[in-house]
Design a protein around this ligand. Structure first.
Ligand code: GUN
Ligand code: FE
Length: 426
């Protein structure tokens, strides 16, 4: 019997498909070697000797997944929220990110972020760092020690960026150095935090840089994250920069950096044009939907219903600091709100249901990491135990109702235990 073999008892909810939520009252969730062995109404005989942790009356759900956030932007979240994307990048994001040249500054700022993430409901995150190798490695060390699971990218940018962030010929060399350091850490049994290639977006990356990243991708077989079709001014700029591309997505495809062999996350995808939806689907690219950021930076309302109907993989992102809160509970509710507002722009699309929003923030994004975001047998054992009694009404609720209220009403104080791969996060 290992230390990651145990049973939790409580009121359990998890997605098994985008519109299928499983709920089991007063049931047992079995963890064997850091993986779910399933949910049972009685403890099966073979697990009868395992330690049982009794959370009767509490909600037990999978950990939440943030497919898109910028670690260096945590420090200035909730500032500049009256600006649009390109002005906000220039006035707030780029000057702040330049400070991460200083590793002492990075240590202070990244420690605050990782503390926030540990206390919150997310267990898995895909993260942009900055161009700086030492600060990115430092962030990865902090995340590794946190017990959370993450993919972190040293950002690449060699044009249209201010001094201090613009990498000239050295971007690929620096990326190679960073990847070699990551490989050394992996040899030392680092297991929670790994690298992901991170060209910032097309306006920040020359063709030479994209070619170099494509070579690195083929050599190291890494996943990739970037931004796509976020904001209309940005998209017009990409059109000017890449007149030969049929759409924004095609500007990545030309360098083999858009799905297919490359597990890829594209943040936002608010304004798909031309063949972009078909390209996202065919190449298996994940859309990181960031509704709060899209409102704050006046980007728009992403057509998530169309993506789901087309069979495109979708997860949720906080997009700190386009978004102000790391909790993916909050992003779930914003995804529902924005899906309803789309109607007022003349779109005839069904809004997202609570089951779909919960799916997007768990299994939808989790599948990028493998078997993550559900309690079906074989999935990673990532669980939140939520005490929702402080907002329980004087009438009976189903587990689905309680889950909806937890999405809208809970905060970090309601999380009474958090497990990642079968280990408790302290
Ligand atoms: N596009 C390029 N960089 C960024 C960024 O930092 N945040 C957002 N929201 N969009 C971007
Ligand atoms: Fe972003």
């Amino acid at each position: 019997m290992g230390y990651r073999d145990f049973v939790l008892k409580g009121d359990i909810a998890y997605s098994i498909a985008k519109d299928a939520l499983c709920t089991s009252e007063n049931s047992f969730l079995v963890c064997i070697d850091g993986k779910s062995a399933g949910v049972f109404s009685l403890v099966p005989a073979q697990y009868g000797q395992l330690p049982l942790i009794d959370y009767t009356g509490k909600l037990i759900i999978p950990g939440l997944v943030d497919l898109h956030l910028h670690a260096p932007q945590f420090s200035f979240r909730a500032l500049g929220m009256d600006l649009e994307l390109l002005d906000w990048l220039k006035v707030h994001a780029f000057p702040e990110e330049a400070k991460y040249q200083d590793t002492a500054y990075a240590l202070r700022a990244y420690t605050a972020l990782v503390e926030d993430l540990k206390k919150g409901p997310n267990t898995h995150c895909c993260i942009f760092a900055t161009v700086h190798v030492p600060a990115t490695l430092l962030l990865m060390d902090l995340l590794e020690a946190s017990g959370l699971v993450s993919l972190v990218g040293k950002v690449n940018m060699d044009r249209n960026s201010p001094d201090g962030l613009r990498e000239t010929a050295g971007s690929i060399d620096a990326t190679r150095e960073w990847l070699d350091r990551c490989a050394e850490k992996k040899d030392k049994k680092n297991k929670n935090c790994g690298p992901i290639l991170t060209p910032r977006f097309i306006p920040s990356c020359t063709d030479d840089l994209m070619r170099g990243l494509s070579e690195l991708q083929k050599q190291y077989r890494l996943p990739l994250q970037s931004h796509l079709s976020e904001n209309q001014r940005e998209i017009a700029w990409v059109r000017e920069l890449c007149p030969e591309s049929s759409c924004y997505g095609d500007a990545y495809t030309r360098f083999d950096l858009f799905g297919a062999e490359v597990p890829t996350i594209m943040a936002h995808c608010v304004w798909p044009e031309g063949e972009e939806i078909e390209l996202l689907r065919r190449r298996g690219v994940y859309v990181a939907h960031c509704p709060q950021s899209n409102s704050n930076l006046a980007s728009g309302m992403a057509p998530i219903r169309r993506y789901l109907d087309a069979g495109i993989a979708v997860g949720l992102g906080s997009d700190i600091a386009g978004g102000t809160h790391t909790s993916i509970f909050r992003t779930m509710t914003e995804a529902i709100q924005v899906s309803k507002l789309r109607r007022f722009t003349g779109c005839d699309e069904a809004p997202l249901t609570r089951e779909e929003a919960f799916y997007l923030g768990t299994l939808g994004g989790g599948s990028f990491f493998g078997q993550v975001g559900s309690f079906a047998a074989g999935y990673e054992f990532d669980a939140l135990v939520m005490d929702d009694t402080s907002f329980a009404p004087p009438f009976a609720l189903t587990i689905g109702d309680r889950l909806e209220r937890a999405m809208y009403l809970s905060d970090d104080r309601h999380i009474i235990a958090k497990y990642v791969r079968g280990s408790a996060i302290q």
